[in-house]
Each structure stands twice: as structure tokens, then as C-alpha cells.
Design a protein around this ligand. Structure first.
Ligand SMILES: [Zn+2]
Length: 250
């Protein structure tokens, strides 16, 4: 079988067995095999890859590997000026929206808190998640690399962290989301949009201490949940400010 030389950069190495990380290694392939398949065969989901160089030239996923090719594979948003190179997928999506895998419920709530449209289901199967991502143009968030190897998926994001706040920080940095925050415009529970609500219309629904101390309210258009800037709000506000120290308090 023919062999090529592969080298993966930055966090793409996390997907490789230890012995293959951060070094050139030889990899055998079948005649005519597409580079996308060879990359996934060593464990790296194609959604994590932004640029592929073969013998110094950028190629797309359909490139048929040849014997002794030298392949360099770079991750999404690697701090490398890739503008002159061939990108592997159209970017950016018209608007940045997400669908989160079942194990990322807390991350989904945090993204909603920051104003991002993020679908989340406890029981959507893998096939459904991929279909929603493709049909609705949503970035699929998951810690399941097998899911990201789905053939039709174009926009996915592997979440390396295990702790929800760390996961949020990771995705904010990787997708450069800071300038897109519109906190408290979306319901954390159901992803519906929030709209300002007059106090007098909802007074009967409020606990006594809330009615007494707060005058500004928002209601979720979708599930009816009412929001106000209580201690929970202040804690979340501080959390957002910690994520984006440069923006300061608003
Ligand atoms: Zn809601």
C-alpha cells in the first residue's frame, strides 16, 4: 500500500494516539483514497480541520492522496493567516447559531444567556442532531468525535473541556464570539426570545419580595417564564464580565 507523511497541528493532536502527536508520521492508504477519509481514519473529525496543505499547496477534502505526499493539517481558527489558502468550507455562516449535543445542556444555557440561539434536546438522536445542523445551518457542539465525522456535516465544534464554564470560555475564544454577546435577550430554559414586560400585567405572578424590589421585567415569548435582574442576574453578569474583561461593565 502507498504511504504518505502526515503532521497535525495544535489541538488536533488531542485526537491522535500519543505516539503520533506533534510529529510527522507515515500512514498507509488505499489507491485513490480521499484525504478527508485518511484524516478521519487516524481519529480527527473533519469538522475540526480548517486547512490542509499537501507538499505546501492547499487542497480540499476530495484530494486523492498520492504516495509520499507530505500532509500538514491545521485546526479551525488556528492563529495563522490562512486567507491566501483554500478554506474547506464556506465561512462564516449567515448567522451564528448552534445545536448542542445531549451532554452539553449547561453550555447551551450559558450560550442562551449570552443571547445565542442554541437548540438543545435531552433525547435527540445523533442522526437528528446532524440533520438539524445541516438543515438549519447550526454549528453542532459535541464531545463525541464520532458524531463530527458524519459525512454530511459541515459545521461542527468539538468541545475539549468537561466543566461548563470552561467549555463556554473555550467556544467564546475559538469562535471569537465576544463582539456578538447580547446578554439577557434569550430564555435560558427554552431558547425563546425575551421581550420587556410591564410590571402591572404580571404583578399577580410575582413573589412578594420580587414585586417589592424590582420594576423591570422580561417574559419569554415561548414558555412564558419571567425574568428580572435579581441576585441570579448579578451573579451571571459577573460571570460574563469575567469572560470578557476588556468589555467592562455595561
Ligand atoms: Zn422560555
Amino acid at each position: 500500500m502507498p504511504e504518505a507523511s502526515l503532521r497535525f497541528y495544535e489541538e488536533l493532536n488531542d485526537f491522535l494516539p500519543l505516539r503520533l502527536r506533534k510529529r510527522n508520521f507515515r500512514c498507509s492508504f488505499s489507491q485513490g483514497e480521499r484525504i478527508k477519509h485518511v484524516i478521519e481514519s487516524v481519529g480527527v473529525p473533519h469538522t475540526e480541520v480548517e486547512v490542509i496543505l499537501v507538499n505546501g499547496e492547499s487542497v480540499d477534502f476530495d484530494y486523492a492522496l498520492k504516495a509520499d505526499d507530505r500532509v500538514s493539517v491545521y485546526p479551525l481558527f488556528e492563529a495563522l493567516d490562512v486567507t491566501p489558502l483554500l478554506r474547506l468550507r464556506p465561512r462564516p455562516m449567515r448567522s451564528l447559531r448552534f445545536v448542542a449535543d445531549a451532554h452539553l445542556g449547561k453550555l447551551a444555557r450559558y450560550l442562551r444567556l449570552l443571547g445565542f440561539d442554541c437548540l438543545f434536546f435531552n433525547d435527540a438522536g445523533d442522526g437528528n442532531l446532524v440533520r438539524i445542523s445541516v438543515d438549519e445551518g447550526r454549528v453542532l457542539l459535541t464531545r463525541d468525535r464520532g458524531l463530527l465525522m458524519h459525512r454530511i456535516l459541515t459545521h461542527g465544534c468539538f468541545i475539549h473541556g468537561t466543566e461548563p464554564r470552561q467549555q463556554l470560555q473555550e467556544i467564546v475564544q475559538r469562535l471569537q464570539l465576544e463582539s456578538l454577546f447580547i446578554p439577557f435577550t434569550r430564555c435560558m430554559e427554552c431558547n425563546g426570545p425575551l421581550a420587556a414586560e410591564e410590571k402591572k400585567r404580571i404583578e399577580d405572578e410575582l413573589p412578594d419580595n420580587v414585586r417589592q424590589y424590582y420594576d423591570e421585567f422580561w417574559r419569554c415569548d415561548q414558555c412564558g417564564r419571567i425574568y428580572w435582574k435579581g441576585s441570579h442576574f448579578r451573579e451571571l453578569r459577573a460571570f460574563i464580565d469575567d469572560l470578557t474583561p476588556s468589555l467592562g461593565k455595561q
